[in-house]
Design a protein around this ligand. Structure first.
Ligand code: GLU
Length: 544
């Protein structure tokens, strides 16, 4: 009996050989340098912020090189699969404008020529490749029972040996095909293991695009490649899928770095060209002085839905992720006021090797810059969408007079140095509630305000259509006529005056808004208009 007989025994239904798939999935016809990469989640329905980072990174590298970004669903671990898992993943990423050129769309629908893109539908393909190895004597059925494996592990732990099935522990590695066939005929359960050609005492080098040159001992463990249920292990599926889907770059979390010797060995065993690897460091959190990985269990900011609920625009989250991916991004963004993320060229050289702190305060800062660059129309539209979902009452107020609201939103916006005081949509209500009669609810304190002075100013000096200069000149003139000085004169001789023009502005601000700090007073008064101003003064007199 030969290995070929053994392979037939194990896989009687596998009729193709690997050349069939080689010619079915032709090398892609893309321009030189195009990156083909993928997002390969388990369909748990949950996109972790770290996974968003990796997929955004993969997406960006594919797009900027005019390559392909595809979605592959890694569902060989059936315990982790949830209903609608695929749709939920796609929806979460779509919110961040991360879309796929190919891949799974739902459990029923897929796009692209290199599918199926759902691993549980690729059993026959994997088995073809496993059969090939068995035929060549490069993989074998292993009949070690759970008890035997446990006692091997205990022994290895006790003697501080490396854990795994290698050397003398790989009991079935050299079993003759007839012996193996006999056991199979006897219905003895087995898995398939790779007959590792590696030696622990030889080193391999690998050039990770992020971590640069890495050196490892070769893998000498006969790793499982097919489980009892006939499905491949993660390692083997990675080989087959990334080879046949013609992936050029594998961008993934650095928890996989230690598997590199196995992955490179699998490519080598088949004589396939391995993809390039880029291992991305995890996102970290400063938890009261302790730096640790962001955790799905402990940190609400891990779920990408968190940002949506907080009212932080997806674009701002992406800007922050871009600063994490490439250290030179932020400077570029600050210097290029009219550019978007898509205009930036990411490089692997600038991807940080060490984990990045994910800091919500830093995110808020970036978000403020993002908001400051929106036009009033963009901000209006986005805020309406947010309010529709999260604050319907305020939406009614906000949309009652579109022009009024846009004028408010445009205070110190659409100018060279716009204000940066909005980090999330909900800040807009906090910032501007005082501008709307419905939400204007001042809690005045007695602040020694000369209300007659204010009434006088409004009646005789204030012109609702005055430009800023006229407004300023008039209020200065009024101040001087009433014993208040210009700032400079006041500073020189404070005792000669009741106060300065700034004091009048403060009084006005307080009466009209109920606040001591607001954006530009001139703008506020212009937008409020004379009627509203007068009503607010009367209201003040009634309340105080
Ligand atoms: N399914 C693996 C994971 O979720 C994918 C790793 C990879 O990108 O190769 O971590």
């Amino acid at each position: 009996m030969t290995y070929k007989d053994l392979a037939e025994k194990i896989f009687p239904d596998i009729k193709h050989d690997i050349s069939y798939y080689e010619s079915k999935y032709k090398p892609r016809n893309l321009k030189e340098g195009a990156i083909v990469t993928r997002y390969a989640p388990s369909p748990t329905g949950f996109v972790h912020i770290g996974a968003l980072l990796a997929s955004f990174c993969s997406y960006s590298f594919a797009k900027q090189s005019e390559g392909i970004f595809y979605l592959r669903i890694e569902d060989t671990d059936t315990k982790r699969t949830v209903e609608n898992g695929i749709e939920l993943i796609i929806k979460d990423l779509k919110n961040f404008n991360i879309t796929f050129d190919e891949g799974a769309v739902s459990s029923e629908k897929q796009n692209g020529e290199y599918g199926p893109y759902i691993q549980s539908q690729r059993k026959e393909i994997y088995q073809t490749f496993i059969k090939h190895l068995v035929q060549e004597g490069k993989a074998y059925p292993c009949f070690l029972s759970e008890e035997e494996l446990n006692s091997i592990r205990e022994r290895q732990e006790k003697y501080k040996e490396r854990i795994g099935c290698y050397g003398k522990y790989a009991k079935y590695r050299d079993l003759e095909p007839d012996e193996a066939i006999k056991k199979i005929d006897n219905n003895e359960p087995y898995i398939i293991r790779l007959k590792s050609p590696g030696s622990f005492y030889r080193k391999i080098k690998c050039n990770d695009l992020v971590r640069k040159e890495l050196e490892f001992p070769e893998n000498d463990i006969d790793i499982p490649i097919m489980k009892k249920d006939g499905l491949p292990t993660y390692h083997f599926a990675h080989l087959v899928d990334d080879h046949l889907m013609r992936t050029t770059h594998v961008i993934r979390g650095d928890e996989w770095v230690s598997s590199l010797p196995i992955h490179l060995q699998l490519f080598q065993v088949f004589g396939f060209k391995a993809p390039k690897y880029a291992h991305i460091s995890p996102l970290l959190k400063n938890d009261n002085g302790t730096i640790r990985k962001l955790s799905k269990r402990k940190d609400p900011e891990c779920a990408v839905s968190f940002y949506h609920e907080m009212g932080i625009p997806t674009e701002a989250v992406k800007l922050y992720l871009a600063t994490i991916i490439n250290s030179n991004f932020e400077e570029w963004y600050l210097q290029n006021k009219d550019k978007n993320i898509e205009d930036f060229t990411f490089t692997f050289q600038k991807v940080s090797k060490s984990g990045a702190l994910f800091d919500l305060e830093k995110l808020a800062n970036i978000s403020k810059t993002y908001f400051s660059r929106l036009t009033k129309d963009e901000l209006y539209e986005q805020t309406v969408n947010y309010l529709e979902e999260f604050d319907k009452d305020f939406k009614v107020v906000f949309t009652k007079d579109e022009n009024y609201t846009k004028a408010i939103l445009n205070i110190e916006r659409e100018q060279k140095k716009p204000r940066k005081d909005i980090a999330k949509y909900s800040d807009i209500k906090k910032l501007f509630a005082f501008m709307y009669d419905e939400t204007f609810a001042p809690q005045y304190e007695d602040k020694n305000i000369d209300i007659n002075l204010i009434i006088n100013y409004i009646a005789k000096y204030f012109g609702a259509t005055d430009d800023k200069n006229t407004w300023f000149n008039k209020i200065t003139e009024f101040a001087e006529a009433n014993g208040y000085a210009q700032m400079k004169a006041y500073k020189e001789n404070p005792e000669k005056y009741i106060g300065h023009v700034g004091d009048i502005c403060e009084m006005l601000r307080y009466v009209l808004t109920g606040l001591t700090q607001t954006p530009d007073l001139y703008e506020i008064m212009r937008i409020l208009g004379k009627d509203r101003i007068q009503k607010r003064i009367t209201n003040y007199q009634n309340l105080i």
